[in-house]
Design a protein around this ligand. Structure first.
Ligand code: NDP
Ligand SMILES: Nc1nc2c(ncn2[C@@H]2O[C@H](COP(=O)(O)O)[C@@H](O)[C@H]2O)c(=O)[nH]1
Length: 325
């Protein structure tokens, strides 16, 4: 198996089939809806809050609300009252079961539910998927996080509608250093490896540093890409604004950091500062334009044409040796 990551893969162009990049369509059907781009801000407290969720939902972008210090049912109620779709996160504790019960009892439901724990290949996730499928059968369930094909197959067999791949590639992740486990450093090939066995969509989660990495994720089998750090440094981002040396930053911390947990127990995340780079709406437009360019380089017109391109692996033992179909 070839091991590579975003930094040492280059996609190879094919003859252009459009006269303008505006002819290229980077939208994706994911679950019950179609979205403008295959990218979603991470369900983290310093990346998304309710105003951002509302903006994304109202403008045909995918969002996943985080699950920390939040009344998730009240959030779902407000989204429904505003005529917006509901996409929430759940853990695997009793309190999370109660949220499912309440969403069902009030008839609020949920369009998307992301079950999001550190080690998603677990009995707890199997039980939570079954519970959601029983009480909220209309919900599209994304489950994770995982890093192996075995886990993808199990989660799909347990009823997940999509699986989220990525253990430890995140910018504020310290799982790899603390535990020795994960897909950090080879996330893109883990996505490829998992997508090969998947019969349902894969969400590539973590390690995206450039817009072009979204196209690379799609090339290797992802249908959606979850992004934390690239989205965390915007004027609208919920992290604290910090000024250092005349430069403005937003705080970005891991969901398993002591900053998020409020205690130093099983800490697997850290806090960093992201330079503020403008408004979120502008970045989303730029991401869409960059994906349109990617599709044009792929010689295609739609997002899935990215899957048809060859690639080279740069550096390491494989340097310049291979062209892959
Ligand atoms: N993608 C990634 O690489 C990682 C992401 N995270 C993110 O941090 C947030 C918090 O994650 P998490 O701590 O799982 O959520 P929770 O704090 O909600 O814990 C979920 C449950 O899983 C248990 N659990 C956690 N890790 C393990 C493990 N390695 N083996 C067995 N049981 C475990 C916890 O029990 P107990 O605490 O008692 O063990 C708890 O009962 C999530 O959003 C998660 O996605 C965290 C780490 C890695
Ligand atoms: N190991 C940890 N991973 C974490 C933590 N909090 C979030 N995450 C994961 O990172 C991605 C975002 O990655 P990025 O490279 O785009 O910044 C996020 O979606 C989670 O899967 C954590 O505390 N520890």
């Amino acid at each position: 198996m070839d091991i590579f990551d975003y930094d040492n893969i280059q996609l190879l162009p094919r003859q252009c089939r459009v006269n303008s990049r505006s002819e290229c369509d980077p939208s994706i059907e994911f679950g019950p809806r179609r979205f403008k781009i295959p990218a979603v801000p991470a369900n983290m407290k310093t990346v998304i809050d309710e105003p951002i969720a509302r903006y994304l939902a109202a403008n045909e972008y995918f969002y996943v609300m985080h699950r920390f210090d939040l009344d998730t049912v009240a959030f779902a109620r407000r989204m429904r009252e505003a005529g917006l779709y509901v996409s929430i996160s759940l853990g695997v504790q009793k309190a999370d079961d109660a949220i499912v019960e309440q969403l069902a009892a009030e008839g609020l439901g949920a369009d998307y539910i992301t079950i999001d724990i550190a080690h998603g290949h677990s009995d707890a996730v199997q039980r939570q998927i079954a519970h959601i499928k029983q009480r909220l059968p209309q919900a599209f369930v994304i489950a994770g996080n995982v890093g192996t094909p075995e886990a993808v197959l199990d989660l799909e067999r347990w009823g997940a509608d999509a699986t989220k791949v990525g253990i430890g590639p995140g910018k504020v992740c310290i799982t790899r250093m603390k535990t020795g486990f994960g897909t950090g450093g080879w996330q893109l090939s883990a996505v490829k490896w998992c997508a090969r066995v998947a019969s349902k969509p894969i969400v590539a989660d973590g390690g995206i540093r450039h817009h072009g990495d979204i196209a690379k994720s799609i090339r290797f089998g992802a249908s959606m890409v979850m992004i934390g750090s690239l989205f965390a440094g915007h004027e609208e981002s919920p992290g604290e604004t910090v000024i250092e040396g005349g430069q403005r930053y937003k705080a970005y911390f891991g969901s398993a950091s002591d900053f998020n947990k409020g205690e130093r127990r099983h800490v697997e995340g850290k806090r960093i500062l992201e330079p503020i780079k403008g408004h979120l709406a502008d970045t989303l437009v730029e991401m869409r334009e960059d994906l349109q360019s990617s599709i044009s380089y792929a010689g295609g017109k739609s997002l899935m044409d990215l899957r048809k391109v060859n690639y080279v692996i740069l550096g390491g033992n494989n340097a310049g040796e291979h062209l892959f179909m």
